[in-house]
Design a protein around this ligand. Structure first.
Ligand SMILES: Nc1ncnc2c1ncn2[C@@H]1O[C@H](COP(=O)(O)OP(=O)(O)OP(=O)(O)O)[C@@H](O)[C@H]1O
Length: 307
């Protein structure tokens, strides 16, 4: 995604309208803005659903510069980030001015396209590098000199440019999920050492309830009950795939759509809660103790929060 200069204000307004700001969130935003304005990259690290990507967008847009978003990918090589040759142009000149003489010239030229990092570095944009640990460390190496020496080295193919000076207003925000184990790579210490990592844990209860309410449109009391169920289930999970704020948004949205009462005596409501929360237990269906413990605890939570 590229958010150009003229649409920054528009996207900023649209995103902020749907974004919950509580003391918990404001504290993270203020700290990150200070670090970014002082010239340091910020890294939001946290499990799935802790709001890393949304927070990165809000923080980046608040800087008021165009934003480029790129996503980590195991298939990336450094050229995907820096740029690459996208094709060849062939020009053929046949000169038959003197009819008995045929002169022919073939000229090959390559076309170079700047990658996300190069564009951001050249123009002083804000780069969001989402889930950057999904890219291999060799691909991310280009960032070492960008972040430290403020110089970017380009391959020979890049229109004769060998290196560019990084624009003084260039900023970068990274996100990663340290709990992800498939398709991610260990971050090099050298790269970690060049960024300020903010560890995003679970939202506090007020923030999570407000997000659930805003995203689903349910009453505050309903959002409170649903959030208490999800948080209770999460904290007691005996498995690694825990329900996130997304589970609360899903339950509340279905409850709102069907105009249901969030009551444990309402079998329809209990079925929806069970379908959504117990789906996090499904990967363990061959371990009956985990499934049984999940179901039992869910029953207790419904009695505790929804009667
Ligand atoms: N402050 C907030 N206000 C409103 N909605 C929010 C807020 N923070 C997060 N959300 C919502 O919570 C959900 C998860 O947020 P997000 O996608 O940013 O998390 P993430 O940590 O990047 O997740 P993942 O690692 O799974 O991609 C999204 O639906 C997002 O819109």
């Amino acid at each position: 995604m590229f958010v150009g200069g003229e649409v920054v204000a528009y996207v900023d307004k649209a995103l902020n309208k749907d974004y919950v700001k509580t003391p918990f969130i404001n504290s993270i935003i203020n700290r990150s803005q200070n670090y970014l304005e002082a010239g340091f990259p910020v890294h939001f690290s946290g499990p799935a659903g802790t709001g890393k990507t949304t927070l990165a967008l809000i923080t980046a847009l608040a800087l008021g510069k165009p934003v480029i978003v790129t996503y980590g990918n195991d298939d990336f090589s450094h050229t995907d980030l820096i740029g690459s040759v996208v094709g060849f142009k062939k020009q053929i000149v046949r000169d038959n001015y003197v009819h008995s003489v045929m002169k022919s010239t073939d000229v090959f030229t390559t076309s170079w396209i700047d990658g996300a990092i190069t564009r951001a570095c050249k123009n002083g944009y804000t780069l969001i590098y989402d889930e950057f640990t999904r890219s291999r460390p060799e691909a991310n190496n280009v960032l070492l000199s960008v972040l430290e020496e403020k110089v970017m080295h380009l391959p020979n193919l890049a229109k004769g440019e060998k290196e560019i000076e990084v624009h003084p207003e260039f900023r970068v925000i990274f996100t990663s999920n340290p709990e992800e184990y498939a398709g991610v790579h260990k971050t090099q210490d050298a790269l970690k050492d060049r960024m300020i990592t903010l560890d995003l844990g679970e939202f506090d209860e007020e923030t999570e309830t407000k997000i659930v309410q805003l995203k689903s449109g349910v009453q505050w009391e309903t959002a409170q009950k649903i959030t208490a169920l999800v948080r209770g289930f999460r904290s007691n999970c005996q498995h690694s795939f825990k329900p996130t704020v997304r589970a609360g948004i899903m339950i509340a949205s279905v409850v709102s759509y069907l105009h249901l009462d969030p009551d444990r005596k309402n079998p329809h409501f209990c079925q929806i809660v069970s379908d959504i929360l117990m789906s996090t237990v499904l990967p363990h269906k061959n371990v009956p103790e985990i499934v049984e413990a999940g179901g039992k605890y869910l029953f207790e939570l419904l009695n505790m929060h929804c009667s």
